[in-house]
Structure formats: structure tokens, C-alpha cells
Design a protein around this ligand. Structure first.
Ligand code: NAD
Length: 255
């Protein structure tokens, strides 16, 4: 095998929503390492700038993508800076764990806004530029968009919506733009450390998650980034509208 470093995205402009930390940040770094100019979106100037202080090669794309105006702001700032967009990664999202009785209208709306509205409207504002560049979109859905899990009905509904929104737009935007979704299982991030903590014990919560997978481990940030870059790359040029599970086989049967 060649030791040559891959540079599949040389000259390409990439926007990663929710790119300040976690999976989004890993994806942003991976695109940069393969030659792309990368804009990272975050809700506030403060969050984006603190990541850019650590990683000055990123360009800021500030906006609360849970709001339509924030989607427009984030996409517009990238187009202003680079004049084009080749890849949109809709990664921003939030996780909420509640019973149906505990799920208020406010919780439902915040999950749907951050996880679904963001995807729909970032695509809406990016679509003209992506048509011009014959670009590609990857939506970070979840294993929870393919399987039902208890006490997370709003989250599961939101990720199921992302999966089918992906299929719909894969049809609508072809042949110019490919649209795919990645459905990761658990990867250790701030979201999962907090979301799966057992009586406040984050390490124990993550440890238990390892046992819940057929491969007896959770996914890594590097694996999530690698799968995302693959879907966005020319190597996946004939892949359109898929919801690619990246969950060690957790959604294919009982074990
Ligand atoms: P995280 O909480 O570490 O990071 C999420 C990022 O999205 C944060 O930077 C957050 O500020 C940002 N964000 C949230 N709402 C936003 C908004 N309205 N506007 C702008 N930015 C916003 O979470 P993560 O684990 O890195 O998750 C990233 C994505 O991957 C999410 O969509 C999540 O649902 C999905 N996912 C994560 C896992 C996992 O195990 N970590 C598994 C499956 C899917």
C-alpha cells in the first residue's frame, strides 16, 4: 500500500455545522488534513473563536442553525469568504433523554430545531452553490434514526427524520448533488459522556456502552470522520441517498 498522504479534498471548500467540538471537530480536522478549506459553524462567536484559537486554519461560520436565520448566516459567511461551497456536513445536533411524560413541548422543539430544521435549512441556503460545484452533502444522523431506543423518542424521531429527508433530497437534487447520511452508534464526546452518565458517573456510562455493541466497543472519532469523508468523496460517486450505519453491526439484528 502506498504511504502517500491522501488529499481528496484539495481546493474544496467544506462547511461543518457544529464543528467546534466532538464529531464535527474531528470531521473538520480530517477534511483540513486532506487539503480542504474548512469553515466551522457554532452557535456563538465565542464557541467558534475558542476552537479557532486552537486550530487557526479553520474559518468561522457563526450561526444558531436551530434557527432558519442562523442557517442562512452560517452558509452566507462561507460563500462570502470563499465564493463557493463543495461539501456541506450537517453535523450540529443535541441529545435529550426523557420519558414520553417528561418530554415537554420545549424539549421537543429544541431537539427538532437543532437536529432537523438545521439540516433542511442549511441545505436550502447552500443548494445553489452546491449545484454549481456539483457538490456533496453528508447529514450526521444516528443509529437512533434506524432503531428505536426507549426514553429518547424526540431524539429518535429527529434522526429518523434526517434519514428520510436525506433520501428525499437525494432524489430531488440528483444529478447535481449527492446527499447521504451517516448513522453512527455511540462515539465518546461531550454529548455521550453527559447523556449516558450513570448517577453522574460519566466513565461508567461510557464503559456500559462498550458492552452494548456486538463488537464490544463503541466507535471512535476517527472512524466517524473517515466514514463521513468517504461519503463526501468521489470514491463514493455512485452512492446517493444511503443512511450508512457505523455502529459495529448494532442495527442489523439482536445479539
Ligand atoms: P457534541 O455535543 O460534542 O457536539 C455537537 C456540536 O453541535 C456542538 O459543538 C454544539 O454546540 C453544536 N450545536 C448543537 N446545536 C447547535 C445549533 N443550534 N447551532 C450550532 N451548533 C449547534 O456532540 P457529538 O457527539 O459530537 O454529536 C455530533 C452529531 O453526531 C450530532 O448530530 C449527534 O446527534 C450525532 N451523533 C452522535 C453520536 C455520538 O455517539 N456522539 C452518535 C450518533 C449521532
Amino acid at each position: 500500500m502506498s504511504n502517500e498522504k491522501k488529499a481528496r479534498f484539495k481546493g474544496k471548500v467544506v462547511l461543518v455545522t457544529g464543528g467546534t467540538r466532538g464529531i464535527g471537530r474531528a470531521i473538520a480536522e480530517a477534511f483540513f488534513n486532506e487539503g480542504a478549506s474548512v469553515a466551522i459553524n457554532g452557535r456563538t462567536e465565542g464557541s467558534v473563536n475558542s476552537t479557532i484559537r486552537e486550530f487557526p486554519n479553520f474559518t468561522p461560520a457563526v450561526g444558531d442553525v436551530g434557527k432558519v436565520s442562523g442557517c442562512k448566516d452560517a452558509v452566507t459567511s462561507v460563500l462570502k469568504k470563499f465564493g463557493k461551497l463543495d461539501v456541506l456536513i450537517n453535523n450540529a445536533g443535541i441529545f435529550e433523554k426523557h420519558s414520553i411524560e417528561q418530554t415537554t413541548e420545549e424539549i421537543w422543539d429544541s431537539v427538532m430545531n437543532a437536529n432537523v430544521r438545521s439540516v433542511q435549512f442549511c441545505i436550502k441556503y447552500a443548494v445553489e452553490a452546491l449545484r454549481e460545484s456539483k457538490g456533496s452533502i453528508v447529514n450526521i444522523a444516528s443509529e437512533s434514526g434506524l432503531n428505536g431506543y426507549p426514553f429518547t423518542s424526540a431524539y429518535c424521531a429527529s434522526k429518523g427524520a434526517v434519514v428520510n429527508l436525506t433520501r428525499s433530497l437525494a432524489m430531488e437534487l440528483a444529478p447535481d448533488i449527492r446527499v447521504n447520511a451517516l448513522c453512527p452508534g455511540v462515539v465518546e464526546t461531550d454529548m455521550t459522556r453527559a447523556g449516558f452518565a450513570v448517577n453522574g458517573d460519566e466513565a461508567e456510562g461510557i464503559r456500559l456502552q462498550h458492552d452494548a455493541y456486538p463488537l464490544k466497543r463503541i466507535g471512535t472519532l476517527e472512524e466517524a470522520a473517515a466514514a463521513t469523508l468517504f461519503l463526501a468523496s468521489e470514491e463514493a460517486g455512485f452512492i446517493n441517498g444511503v443512511a450508512l450505519p457505523m455502529e459495529g453491526g448494532a442495527t442489523v439484528g439482536k445479539w
